[in-house]
Write a protein that binds this ligand. Structure first.
Ligand code: GCO
Ligand code: MG
Length: 398
């Protein structure tokens, strides 16, 4: 079997998605997600100009070798653009291999280790009463674990509450931030939600890289009485050693890794067991091949998986995660915030969500089909993620 075509499809059924479609000489197709939110076209160019010409003529069954060829062969390693492009190729090759085998992909990854995949949903509210309504809405949808994010008194726009992406704008939206106000407010939010919903509901929270290690240590301690399921991205993780201070100060479980694109980003965090969950997505980590290796490495240290699954991971990227989730023993939880109905029509998928749990379905391959005609009716729209400024106007981590 040989790859005869590598095509990149960009579509915006509500938000932008970049998809690689590989076709083989015997008519099999494979899909891979290459969506890098706010920097989509850089990955399109990487794929179209530099990778697609290398793929035609290759044997699609040689997944590991193709991964090494694109990773080592580029000389310039790692980075989100490179690794999103490599991820799309890797995912599409696994899709083809599983279709050729006539099996859902999880069967090739070792088969199912569980019957279903626990997901967490997003509850957001500008105020605490609005947050309560949002938690109730998630519970009514069936979720059995919820991430809670709220506005902060005195701030106008905060991550997780304010609409995330600016479409058709020349510049990113500007949000505002005050760390002390946040550190004062968040424990009171957890207290109120625990009081309303009881001690059992798993509650998660995303600090979105905004704290110093000292502040993160304090927040982890302040949240302990409310038993959070985890505190996510409490401090920027470029400096892995910074987590030693947070870890020593608190037993609140820590989750990190959605912006990582290589196992090397995790080396200290995993070998010193400074975190509890690895959060990388297939889409940004170079594909299924390296993510499976990361998960197996993490398993040696009793660290669990929690693959990134926001709206900006396409149904193709999400499906890939679900096959891994079902297969690996050290699965922890899967983020799932769902997609618009139109996105579900552009990317028809076999995966299902019921009673707070996902399942990848039993279709051969990933179980996702791209409706290219519908995709073409929703072309790319320029979009940026917001930026974040402190009260004095200086730029802060978003
Ligand atoms: C999450 C993430 C997202 C990111 C987004 C950026 O935990 O789901 O933090 O909300 O901000 O994926 O593109
Ligand atoms: Mg996050």
């Amino acid at each position: 079997m040989k790859i005869v075509e590598a095509k990149v499809v960009v579509t915006s059924p509500g938000r932008n998605f970049v998809t690689l479609k590989l076709t083989t000489d015997d008519g099999l197709t494979g899909l891979g997600d290459a969506t890098l939110n706010g920097r989509e076209l850089a990955v399109v160019s990487y794929l179209e100009d530099h990778v697609a010409p290398l793929l035609t003529g290759l044997d699609p069954h040689r997944i590991e070798d193709t991964w090494q060829y694109l990773y080592r062969g580029a000389y310039w390693r790692r980075g989100p653009v490179t690794m999103a492009a490599v991820a799309a190729v890797d995912t599409a090759l696994w899709d083809i291999k599983a279709k050729a085998a006539g099996m859902p992909l999880y069967q090739l990854l070792g088969g199912a280790s569980r019957d279903r995949i626990r997901a967490y949903g997003h509850a957001n509210g500008a105020t605490v009463p609005e947050l309560m309504d949002s938690v109730r809405a998630r519970l009514e949808e069936g979720y059995q674990a919820v991430r809670i994010q709220t506005g902060i008194p005195g701030l106008k726009a905060v991550y997780g509450v304010h609409a995330g992406v600016a479409h058709q704008q020349q510049r990113p939206l500007v949000e505002d931030w005050d760390t002390e106000a946040y550190l004062r407010h968040l424990p009171t939010v957890f207290e109120a939600v625990r009081e309303e919903f009881g001690p059992e509901l798993p509650l998660l929270h995303d600090a979105h890289h905004r704290l110093t290690p000292t502040q993160a240590a304090r927040l982890g301690r302040d949240l302990e009485p409310y038993r959070p399921f985890w505190l996510e991205d409490c401090t920027p993780a470029e400096n892995q050693e910074a987590f030693r201070q947070v870890r020593a100060a608190t037993t609140t479980p820590l989750a990190v890794g959605e912006v990582f694109n290589s196992v090397h980003d995790y080396q200290t965090l995993i070998t010193e067991r400074l975190i509890d969950y690895v959060r990388s997505a297939v889409t940004h980590f170079g594909g299924i091949t390296p993510l499976k290796k990361l998960f197996d490495f993490a398993a040696l240290y009793q660290i669990r998986t929690a693959t990134h699954g926001p709206e900006d991971i396409s149904p193709v990227g999400l499906a890939a995660a679900l096959h891994l989730d079902l297969a690996v023993h050290n699965f922890g939880i899967q983020e799932y915030s769902g997609h618009t109905t139109l996105t579900g029509e552009v990317f028809r998928h076999a995966y299902t969500f019921a009673d707070g749990h996902l399942h990848p379905g039993e279709q051969p391959g990933l179980g996702v089909e791209l409706d290219e005609a519908l995709a073409a009716r929703h072309p790319y729209e320029q979009a940026y993620l917001p930026v974040n400024r402190l009260q004095d106007g200086s730029l802060h981590d978003w």
